[in-house]
Design a protein around this ligand. Sequence first.
Ligand code: GTP
Ligand code: MG
Length: 431
Amino acid sequence: MAATDLERFSQNAELESRNLPLGGHVGFDSLPDQLVSKSVTQGFSFNILCVGETGIGKSTLMNTLFNTTFETEEASHHEECVRLRPQTYSLQESNVQLKLTVVDAVGFGDQINKDESYRPIVDYIDAQFENYLQEELKIRRSLFDYHDTRIHVCLYFITPTGHSLKSLDLVTMKKLDSKVNIIPIIAKADTISKSELHKFKIKIMGELVSNGVQIYQFPTDDEAVAEINAVMNAHLPFAVVGSTEEVKVGNKLVRARQYPWGVVQVENENHCDFVKLREMLIRVNMEDLREQTHSRHYELYRRCKLEEMGFQDSEGDSQPFSLQETYEAKRKEFLSELQRKEEEMRQMFVNKVKETELELKEKERELHEKFEHLKRVHQEEKRRVEEKRQELEEETSAFTRRKAAVEALQSQAFHATSQQPLRKDKDKKKS
Ligand code: GTP
Ligand code: MG
C-alpha cells in the first residue's frame, strides 16, 4: 500500500470510530489483568545509583531499605578517580521477582581535584542508555529479555553539615539532572538537631532552585497518589538514618541506632524520614521512576544521539520520516567527508615531502661547506708540513757539509802532527 493510501486509510478509520453497545460480556476487560500477569512472569528490574562521599552511609541505607544484607566492601579513601561499581541481586517478594542493581560511586569526593568527579558518573549513565539504544537498533532485537541497566533513580547523599550544599554537590547534581531522576537525601540525619535540620532543608531546596537543579518530583497527576505525593514533595530532601542493628524498644525489636542518651529508631517518623523515602521510592513511585527514565531521560539521550547520527524528523507532520533518505544523505555526507579528509591527508603528505626535501638540501649544502672547509684546512696543513720538510732537508744538508769540512780539517791536523817528530829527529842528527 502506498504511503498516501495508508494515510487515507488511517484517517478514514479515525473518522469511522463510533461508540457501540455490547450485547453481553466479551472479556476484554481482563486486559489489565493480562498485563499484570505478563509483567509478573517477566519480572522487573530496578537500578539505583548511590552518590555520596565515602562513609556517608550508602551501603547501610541500601541494606535498611531492602531489609537484607548486600555484599559490600568498604571503599578505600585513596581512589585516583571516581569508579562506578554495579552489583546486581535477584530479590523476591510474594511472587514478584525484582532484579535490583545497586551502583556505588566509589571514591566520590576523595580526590584533591574534584573538577571531573561527575564525569565517570555521567559516562556510566550514558553507557547504559547507549547499550539500550544499540539493542533497540538491532535488526534482531530482544528487548523482552534484555537486562535493562539504565539508572532509574539516583539517591544523592548530602553530608549533614547544617550549613549549605558543597559546590561539588551542586555541580554533580546539575550535570546529572537531565540524565537521571535525582532524589536528594540528607544522610546520617541523627547527627543534626531538629531545628538545624529544618533550616538545612530549606537552605538546600533554595540552593537547588537558585542553581536550576531539577530534582525528581513525585508525580501528582494520578489521583490515587496525587495527595500523598504532593505532601511528600514538600518534605524533600528526606533526612534519613540507616541501621541494620536491632534494638529492643518497649517489648518490640526495632531497627535503630543506640546512643548513650537514647535510641534513634529508623522507622519512627518522628525521628527521621526513612519511612517516607521507602514509601516514595519503593511502594508508590517505583514504576513512575522506571517510566520517567524511559520516556524522559532515555528519550532525550536517544533523540540527541539519533540527531547526532544525522536522523531528523521531517518538517511538519504531513511528511513522514524517511529512513532511506536519511541514510542516503548521511552516506553522501560521510563519503564527501572521507574525500575531504583524503585530500587533506594527501596535501599534508606532499607538504611534508617538500619540507623534508628542503631540509635534506639544506643539510647537503651544510655538509658540502664543511667538506670544503676541511679540505682547505688539510691543504694548509700539508703546505706547512712541506715547508717544514724542506727546512729540515736544508738543515740536514748544511749539517752534512759542515760535518765534512770538520772531518777534512781534522785529517789535515792529524797529518801535520804525525810528521813533526821525524823532522825533529833529522834536525838532531844534523847537529
Ligand atoms: P563506603 O561504601 O565505604 O563509601 O561507605 P558507605 O557510604 O557505604 O557507608 P557505610 O554504610 O559503610 O557506613 C559508614 C559508617 O557510617 C558505618 O560505621 C555506619 O554504621 C555509619 N552509619 C551509616 N548510616 C548511619 C546513620 O544514619 N547515622 C550514623 N550516625 N551513622 C551511620
Ligand atoms: Mg558502601
